[in-house]
Design a protein around this ligand. Sequence first.
Ligand code: SF4
Length: 210
Amino acid sequence: MKINKSRSHIFVNLIYHPVLALGPDERIGLWTQGCSIRCPGCTAQYAWEFSDEFKMKIKDAAAIILKRAENSGCAALTVSGGEPFDQPYALDKLLFEVRRGGINDIMLYSGYPYDKLKKEFNGILDKIDALVDSPFIEGMPSPSHWSGSANQNMIILTKDNILKDKYASFIADKAAKRKLQVVSHNDKIYIIGIGDQADTAFIKSEFGSI
Ligand code: SF4
């Protein structure tokens, strides 16, 4: 299965701010394009192919994120996809650039299990504050507002005590409701967030994708 080994280019489906439905508080969102995992029932199948229309220079992607941060004062980033770790060199460089530019809170969704990422990409994990790991499993609904299936875990990686508390509270908030955010960007409509499996199945049946 194809992955992106480029150290200069990254495939990006969307960079958007404000994101209010993927992690604690307000965030900038980056969705990578391309995924080799291909979970049955994935709601982001439009983000599976490494199509050239989504290819951009890493430094340009970092500049867009940092500009959004500068304009808004928001220094928190959530990375989703697609599968971010299917572009390991580009992801590493992008996270380095945005951290250097002032992003100080990075949460990332990956379909790979933590043990595999720890073994193969520990240097990238060092740049991430909280990881949601493992593939989406259809038919295994999650009780947690931050995950799509019950097998997925949120692993707090940060060494910053304030961020540790922030993510621990986010995980432990049993009263939190799932949020879906509908946004219009460049003449397209996007639904941002982690719906529960029944809701996303309904949206897919009505609209074809989510
Ligand atoms: S890892 Fe994510 S984007 Fe890839 S198939 Fe699974 S749910 Fe979809």
